[in-house]
Design a protein around this ligand. Structure first.
Ligand code: CP3
Length: 347
């Protein structure tokens, strides 16, 4: 467990350290993004997503947009999980109307040789420092990285896919080569998260968006073990900084993830029944989530009842309110406002 709470900890950070707060602190995954007109305007002006990420003034401004508009409890660094493979030498493109493309794909790569070039990651640390300097002490600054498995699925295939088939095949056909790739991503990720923490991130989240497609044995090897490796190494360098693990789609494998990785808090996706999660997870372990992003788009009674169900399930556990996955571009701003009104009233 992490070291003691400080009286000066902002609410979100206090909850991550095990202190329950009512109302729960709130932030939304992808809260800086296309559903915000001020984001779309800046993106248009700068020309593209990567141009924004590597311009630390623009990235800091975007990180702060949802804080200014909604007074969220957490500010998440505006960047992307694919900056790590970009820094490790793969070309990266976010073309209009297609998912991200990494080139060349790593199917035949010399995995053990991959190193990150520091100038890419240095830009991201600059963003964190610029945000922290402008942020109220009541708001928690969150850093993040992709988990090795999820990052590897993009590096190997060169693009996203529904079933991560190429990475899963490689993991069976060449487990040693795949392990070398995972080990390289672990080392770069530890340095990268440490850099974010040293620049001002007060907690970090590991996004494992594709954890759900693995069999239990493969999940142990490619999700649980590398995550535990990252957590162990970060603990040595920054033991006081909480780590949120978000193994999307893990379902029943969440119990193993919570017990074995050493993460301080668990992010739950919207397919998880919050009452089941509360019954199954270790007592006192903080959770984050898990409103269906589509319930937020629906609004009205559907939104109200989904929010109540989540709050009722976590009425004794440290809980950070969030979505179960990123906010969608067609989410009405007024529904985000209604959600925040609901959360900030006594339950
Ligand atoms: O939460 C936040 O606001 C922080 C910023 C953030 C982004 N991506 C910005 C982004 C974070 C934490 C991510 C994580 C990320 N990126 C994940 C893990 C979480 C998840 O959503 O599953 C993954 C798998 C990626 C890879 C990625 N980046 C994809 C597949 C895409 C295209 C799909 C899409 O939604 O456009 C992106 C682009 C991306 N990353 C955008 C943003 C705001 C949209 C860029 C734009 O068109 O302006």
């Amino acid at each position: 467990m992490i070291s003691k709470m400080q009286p000066s900890d902002p609410p979100l950070l206090a909850v991550l350290k095990g202190d329950r707060r009512d109302p729960p602190p709130v932030w939304l995954m992808r809260q800086a993004g296309r559903y915000l007109p001020e984001y779309r305007a800046l993106r248009e002006q700068k020309g593209g997503f990567l141009e924004l990420v590597y311009d630390s003034d623009a990235a800091a401004e975007i990180t702060l947009q949802p804080i200014k508009r909604f007074a969220m409890d957490g500010a998440i660094l505006f960047s992307d999980i694919l900056i790590v493979p970009h820094a490790m030498g793969q070309g990266l493109r976010f073309g209009p109307g297609e998912g991200p493309q990494l080139s060349p794909p790593l199917l035949d790569g010399a995995f053990a040789q991959l190193e990150a070039q520091p100038q890419y990651l240095a830009k991201i640390y600059e963003t964190v420092a610029k945000v922290r300097a402008r942020l109220s002490p009541a708001v928690t600054m969150l850093g993040f990285a992709g988990s090795p498995w999820t990052v590897a699925t993009y590096m190997v295939a060169g693009h996203g896919s529904k079933d991560q088939g190429e990475a899963r095949r490689l993991a069976y056909n060449d487990p040693q080569g795949f392990q070398a790739l995972i080990d390289r991503i672990v080392m770069v990720t530890v340095d990268y998260l440490s850099g974010q923490i040293e620049a001002g991130a007060q907690a970090v989240q590991l996004f494992d968006s594709w954890a759900g497609t693995l069999s239990p044995a493969q999940f142990e090897r490619w999700v649980v073990a590398p995550t535990a490796d990252i957590v162990g190494r970060l603990m040595v360098r920054h033991g006081e900084v909480p780590i949120i693990g978000f193994p999307k789609g893990a379902g029943a494998k969440l119990a193993a993830y919570a017990a074995e990785t050493g993460v301080d808090a668990i992010g739950l996706d919207e397919t998880i029944d919050p009452a089941w999660a509360d019954a199954m997870l270790p007592a006192g372990m903080p959770v984050q989530g898990n409103l269906d992003p589509l319930a937020l788009i629906a609004g009205g009674e559907a939104l109200k009842s989904a929010v109540s169900r989540i709050r009722a399930a976590f009425d004794t556990r440290p809980h950070i309110f969030n979505l179960g996955h990123g906010i969608l571009p067609d989410t009405p701003l007024s529904h985000v406002e209604s959600l925040l009104d609901m959360l900030r009233k006594p339950f």
